[in-house]
Design a protein around this ligand. Structure first.
Ligand code: MD3
Ligand code: FE
Length: 218
């Protein structure tokens, strides 16, 4: 995790935690040692619920490919963004949340002061060169008191972190392999996005970046 505004960032080392803002805590490299286990589980999930490019309510095809696991999965179509217990592509329930996912997310949330976080959804985003996520808020979850735990795997990305209003100024952070960020409290409804991924190669994911977000959706 590198704050691109600061050259000398003490939080870039594994094991450091840095407050990005009130309610947003970065746990640098917290997922590095568990990354291969998480990636093996992602491969199992995608056998049952393949990555696909969802259509936005505005009619655009997302450049990020998504899938989900857990009681609820994130879906987007002409009718809007929402959570659904069924995968619209297969008509079946999403694959269940692997135990290691739940335990890791709960542990990270607790390290940030959110005790008893129990996710019921994990959105899995896959980026290739050029994939981006425009500035948005995550507001489809029922209980905004629950944080979101994000895990970055593979190629690094530049994350844009804004305010509570779309036009508030943004800061940029680099999210690297193994970085975990817990977003809650006053940070929970802040606008955020991801700049277009640069081409590259990472030993864990080859030419892509994968981001997991653990949520309490229902
Ligand atoms: C700040 N994903 O899936 S993770 C998303 O890297 C999403 O794929 C990005 O934004 C990605 O919705 C960013 C970091 C993140 C996730 C949720 C947040 C930051 C957040 C919710 C509120 C505030
Ligand atoms: Fe988001």
């Amino acid at each position: 995790m590198l704050n691109l505004d600061l050259f000398d960032d003490p939080g870039r080392d594994t094991g450091e935690s840095i407050a990005l803002a009130d309610g947003a805590l970065a746990l640098c490299g917290a997922a590095t040692s568990i990354a291969d286990t998480l990636l093996a589980e992602i491969r199992a999930v995608e056998q049952q619920a393949p990555f696909r490019s969802m259509i936005t309510p505005g009619g655009y095809t997302m450049s990020v490919a998504t899938t989900s696991c857990g009681r609820f999965g994130w879906v987007s179509d002409a009718h809007g963004y929402r959570y659904s217990p069924l995968d619209p592509d297969t008509g079946k329930p999403w694959p269940s949340l692997p135990t290691v996912f739940t335990e890791f997310a709960t542990e990270c949330a607790a390290r940030a002061g959110f005790h008893d976080f129990l996710p019921d959804a994990c959105l899995i985003n896959r980026y290739v060169a050029g994939s981006r996520l425009s500035l948005h808020q995550d507001r489809n979850e029922r209980d905004m008191r629950a944080p979101i735990v994000s895990v970055s795997l593979g190629l690094p990305a530049v994350f844009l972190f804004g305010g509570l209003k779309r036009n508030d100024p943004t800061r940029r952070f680099r999210l690297s392999h193994g970085d975990v960020v817990v977003w809650g409290g006053p940070a929970r409804l802040r606008f955020h996005g991801v700049l277009a991924l640069k081409d590259g190669w990472h030993p864990a994911t080859e030419r892509c970046r994968i981001n997991l977000t653990f949520r309490k959706a229902g």
